[in-house]
Design a protein around this ligand. Structure first.
Ligand code: SF4
Length: 483
């Protein structure tokens, strides 16, 4: 019997767990939101949803699957009239992708309807949920986002903004929220600004989005990042900014620069593509190797490989070709051909690499299964030497701030040192960028050990936000309350 399995290349990656988008003041709000979600598809491919407001009523459509598979028909867009909309694209760990977990979450309150789209992860969600359940709250989904909805519902304050502030003051975690009420579009970024959120303009309309690439796709101008700890409220009177939190030093996720964000996005005033090239150049300075060609593991390794090639003077070659038409899952007819599955997505360019000393450049090693297959593939194609250079430091810890990572024990670098990893994946040499090299690439002199400038916990184990549920002995969930 044919069974569907997860593509092993996707299974051995860190996954961003959501993209958010909102429009206020444009007659084609739902259509613009669809385009915005297309641009944010890399942040989540398992489900998408849009809620719009037409001045009297809310409308919505949520579905499992890609944006293009669910929001391409005129009829669907026509079902969501209005000049304001909020959208969400979601990645979730397997088994948790069920329709009731697809955002935006919509609820009716005493003040009217409210839709919430959330990127990130609350680290005290289980504790909050237990206390809310004890108070009689009935949960409909298994998402941590629903905790926010209930906190708003039971808040003693009157206005939406006051109730939202009251709710988020009880949250611990990393979050960028875009919420839509009958009168306002509201963006929120957590006090440390771990997850991104930007503000844009399209004529008289305001846009909120996870990344600037979602502004580009609709022709909107980039105004600014929503600041860490800022609440941006957009309504008929324009834009209002609130900063209700005690200010703390920002800790943006440094992995956004390495892998998660689209390379054409600008994050915290830095173009992601340029940062990735700088990481590659640092990697070449720190870890030179005598070789004939630099080969990126496509697509995410390309900018760092270009940077490595420019710095080292070793030619850049597309020695591995990626098939762009393979989805996240494919059908394997029998177990015996399972190992052929990896070639569905990547294949070595044999004529190009035969007899050559190859340096593979990849953005990360998670479980190591992908690297092993890639190295085997390149050796089978006749490379005389295979070296690997990695544009992130070794990933030794799980992320609890909105990125889906395996349990710590499954992370190869948590169990093996560099020599052990090199042996396991079968390379002639292996090197990772150092943490200071990474900080230099993002424009710092070095990592400030007393007050690191970014969140880098998956490399350093220094978690900047309390892992509250974990410390309370709750199951250390990274995404869903199901666990
Ligand atoms: S732990 Fe790693 S992936 Fe998670 S927010 Fe921090 S830097 Fe980003």
């Amino acid at each position: 019997m044919a069974i569907a399995i997860t593509n092993p290349f996707d299974d051995d990656r860190m996954h961003e767990e959501c993209g958010v988008f909102g429009v206020y003041g444009h007659p084609d709000a739902a259509a613009l939101t669809t385009l915005g979600l297309h641009a944010l598809q890399h942040r989540g491919q398992e489900a998408a949803g849009i809620v719009s407001f037409d001045g009297e009523q809310f409308h919505g459509h949520r579905a499992l699957g890609l944006v293009g598979d669910n929001f391409s028909s005129k009829e669907i867009i026509a079902q969501m009239p209005g000049s304001a909309a909020v959208g969400h694209t979601r990645y979730s760990t397997q088994g948790h992708t069920i329709l009731r977990n697809v955002q935006p979450l919509f609820s009716e309150f005493s003040f009217g309807g409210l839709a919430v789209a959330h990127n990130g992860n609350l680290t005290n969600a289980i504790t909050l949920r237990k206390s809310l359940v004890q108070r009689g709250c009935l949960f409909q989904s298994t998402m941590d986002t629903e905790v926010i909805v209930h906190l708003i519902a039971i808040s003693p304050f009157t206005t939406v903004v006051e109730r939202l502030i009251d709710a988020i003051n009880q949250l611990i975690g990393a979050y960028s929220l875009v919420t839509l009420t009958g009168k306002k579009l509201i963006g929120v970024r957590d006090p440390l600004g771990v997850r991104p959120l930007v503000l844009g303009r399209l004529d008289d309309a305001y846009i909120l989005a996870s990344e600037t690439c979602a502004l580009d796709i609709i022709g909107a101008s980039f105004e600014r990042d929503v600041e860490p700890g800022e609440i941006v409220v957009i309504d008929v009177d324009g834009i209002h900014s609130y900063k209700p939190f005690h200010p703390v030093p920002r800790r943006f996720c440094i992995f956004e620069y390495i892998y998660f964000a689209r390379p054409d996005s600008v994050m915290e005033d830095k173009n992601v593509y340029e940062v990735r090239k700088k990481i590659g150049a640092e990697l070449a300075r720190e870890n030179p190797v005598d070789a004939d060609m630099i080969v990126p593991v496509p697509d995410s390794g390309v900018p760092a490989a270009l940077g490595y090639s420019n710095e080292s003077g070793i030619p850049f070659e597309l020695g591995i070709i990626r098939n762009h038409y393979v989805g996240r899952t494919f059908i394997e007819p029998t177990d015996q051909i399972r190992h052929l599955g990896v070639k569905l997505k990547h294949n070595a360019n044999m004529a190009n690499i035969k007899g050559k000393r190859v340096v593979l450049v990849d953005d990360s090693i998670v479980r190591g299964t992908t690297s092993l297959k890639i190295v085997e593939m390149v050796r089978a194609a006749g490379a005389s030497e295979v070296h690997m250079r990695v544009s992130s430091p070794p990933i030794t810890n799980s992320c609890f701030y909105g990125i889906d990572t395996p349990e710590q024990g499954e992370l190869l670098a948590s169990r093996l040192d560099v020599a052990g990893i090199a042996k396991m994946i079968g390379v002639d040499s292996l090197a990772f960028i150092s943490i200071d090299g990474l900080y230099r690439a993002v424009g710092e002199t070095q990592r400030d050990g007393k007050q690191p400038q970014y969140c880098d916990a998956c490399f350093t184990s220094e978690y900047p936000i309390k892992l509250s549920d974990k410390e309370e002995g709750e199951a250390p969930t990274q995404l869903s309350l199901l666990a």
